[in-house]
Design a protein around this ligand. Structure first.
Ligand code: MLT
Length: 308
């Protein structure tokens, strides 16, 4: 019997190579709501645009596996999938470097006012004083969440001669030494960092982890970045501390609602933004699609899964 796998969200055939020649698997590329026979779909691969809700699951009675070509599974109703016995797998390693590089690019752009200066020159201005920036050299970077991406950030920060403070209750002691970083509690990290960047998943424990209460302890003039998930930093709190000039600036690749409905942060002169593209490189997108399809392949071949 042939298993039908639906590949969504613009993932190309190049990325799903492990499935292309797999006997007994038929691949369909397209959108979930355009599929004529959803009842035949046994596997589905998504990025973040397709939302797998309980309602969607009910339309896919034969579904066995959902593969997320990426890290975050917050677009999938995990409880509903578990209740139905549908496997959920992701590709946590494929876009680490791209996300770390994008965060680094945002950090440099933020402290040197590059987007604002770029726009001003293109508009015919030549204002050198207005765009005076800050060095990262010997500044303190606070990294919240020391998984794969946080750890890559730490390496880049050390090569820029920054001090690195980290907050992650699960970060092993031996790793601290290896990366020459110092583990602290969240309040200390907020108080002592010149630049703070978050790299945790969004869960009920990390929702508004940085907020009105604790950001008041940030250094005056600190910079904050979120290239992980919208909602880890309270957007209202960011706005408050940018408006009262406590924070110097903020870089956001992600928003609590995407695309963002409120323009207050997006249009703020001290905020630089990108449209959730930290993992959007040719290499990362190919890597994550490849890894996700490898998991689907293992499932249909009854082999062990790596990231279930
Ligand atoms: C991820 O979770 O892998 C990244 O945020 C990129 C994406 O959403 O595709």
């Amino acid at each position: 019997m042939t298993a039908t796998v639906l590949v969504c969200d613009g993932i190309t055939s190049e990325g799903v190579e492990p499935l292309v020649k797999l006997e007994g698997v038929e691949l369909i590329f397209g959108k979930l709501d355009e599929i004529t026979q959803p009842e035949n779909i046994q596997g589905i691969m998504v990025r973040s645009a397709t939302k797998i809700t309980e309602e969607v699951l009910n339309q896919l009675p034969a579904l066995q596996i959902i593969a997320r070509a990426g890290v975050g599974v917050d677009n999938i109703d995990l409880n509903a999938a578990t209740k139905r016995g549908v496997l959920v797998v992701n590709a946590p390693e494929g876009n680490t470097i791209s996300t770390a590089e994008h965060t680094w690019a945002m950090m440099m752009a933020l402290v040197r006012n590059i987007p604002q200066a770029n726009q001003s020159v293109k508009q015919g201005e030549w204002n050198r004083k207005k765009y005076t920036g800050q060095e990262l050299y010997q500044k303190t970077l606070g990294i919240v969440g020391m998984g794969r991406i946080g750890s890559e950030l730490a390496k880049r920060a050390k090569s820029f001669s920054m001090n690195v403070l980290v907050f992650d209750p699960y970060f092993p002691k031996e790793k601290q030494k290896e990366l020459s970083v110092t583990s602290v509690d969240l309040d200390t990290l907020i108080q002592q960092s010149d630049v703070i960047t978050v790299h945790t998943p969004l869960t009920k424990d990390t929702h508004k982890l940085l907020n009105l209460d604790n950001l008041k302890y940030a250094k005056k003039g600190a910079f904050i970045l979120n290239c992980a998930r919208g909602g880890i930093i309270d957007e209202e709190a960011l706005l408050h501390y940018l408006d009262n000039e406590h924070l110097s600036g903020c870089a956001l690749d992600v928003f609590e609602q995407e695309p963002p409905v409120s323009r207050s942060l997006v249009d703020h002169p001290k905020v630089i933004v990108t449209p959730h593209i930290a993992a959007s490189t040719v290499q990362a997108q190919k890597n994550v699609a490849y890894m996700a399809s490898d998991e689907i392949r293992s499932h249909f071949l009854h082999q062990p899964l790596k990231h279930a």
